[in-house]
Design a protein around this ligand. Structure first.
Ligand SMILES: [Zn+2]
Length: 113
């Protein structure tokens, strides 16, 4: 489960930001996870408590902002909703999809005390 390592990194980055702001603890953390990022939100949620233990994020609420995947076809210009197993344009079947949304993996917001 590579989400454990990813979640640990997210917690480390968030804790760094919190310390910069002079916070004593983090109340909530909002993380944006794109459907095409290869990261499973449920797994991050599962790993979060373990990774947050003993840090400023212990007991913080984790809010996941899930972003659906979207792609634009270079052949026909159609924009469509895609998932990580979509390789061809759903409109014309061309293998010419550019991902326009869904690869995000970032910390959106940090509520500190
Ligand atoms: Zn197309």
């Amino acid at each position: 489960m590579h989400e454990l390592g990813i979640t640990r990194s997210i917690v480390e980055i968030a804790e760094g930001h919190a310390r910069e702001q002079g916070a004593t603890r983090v109340l909530s953390l909002t993380v944006r996870i794109g459907a095409l990022s290869g990261v499973i939100p449920d797994a991050v949620e599962f790993a979060f408590e373990v990774c947050a233990a003993g840090t400023l994020l212990e007991g913080a609420r984790l809010i996941i902002d899930a972003v659906p995947g979207r792609g634009r076809c270079r052949a026909c210009g159609a924009e469509s909703a895609i998932d990580r197993f979509t390789y061809a344009c759903p409109t014309c079947d061309a293998l010419a999809l550019d991902i326009t949304q869904g690869e995000e993996l970032s910390i959106l917001e940090l509520e500190v005390d």
